[in-house]
Design a binder for this molecule. Sequence first.
Ligand SMILES: [Zn+2]
Length: 240
Amino acid sequence: MSILLILLIFLCIFVVYSIIPTIVMRLFPIGIFKSSSIKNKAALTFDDGPNPIYTPRLLDLLKKHDIKATFFVVGENAKAYPDIISRMYLEGHTIGTHHYRHLSNWLLTPREVKEQCRMAADTVESITGKRPVYYRPPWGHLNLFVKWSSQPFKIIMWSAILGDWRCKLGKDKLKKRLHKSLHDGAVIVLHDSGENIGADQLAPEMMLQALEEFLLEKEDKIEFVPIDDLYEHETAKKRR
Ligand SMILES: [Zn+2]
């Protein structure tokens, strides 16, 4: 068999295992949570932390505005900074997981996905005493078996992802996107760490500045609540 044919077979397997399921599940998110029909509430979610520089500043900002948010933390970061995880928990935020290491589901077998979810949840639980319920796949990458292999965690995607991981976006543009993305039941993604592939290390500085101005400017009509409120609203609706 020629090398070209072998490469073609691998490429086909990869596309069927990772790319197609990601596109299909994002278009038809059955069993995957993206937003809610709840009125006057929305969720701010933060991925990739905790980060020793930016996450404490973010927690200060959220406290100042009396906002409860949701953090999708990377297990190894949680292990490195348990005090920040404790603070998140004690201040009433929801803690979900984002794998033990920030690895894409496109490159993981179902068994490895299960292991990444379990290890991340174990780490958070060992710090807070509470096992996470929610899971957000790194980069939003899904695969053919992710709904099964990430059980019992509930997969949370988003209604708005704003490109805040790149400094070149700029504070003003990010703030504009925040205003535009805010609506009833919105799930907004931001990042409190810039340490992953494709992100700028200093990007969370820009995010914090944009978020601070946005929170001062935004109308009081919509309250930010943890993802639990939005998720439970939808499940209660389905039960009716
Ligand atoms: Zn991430």
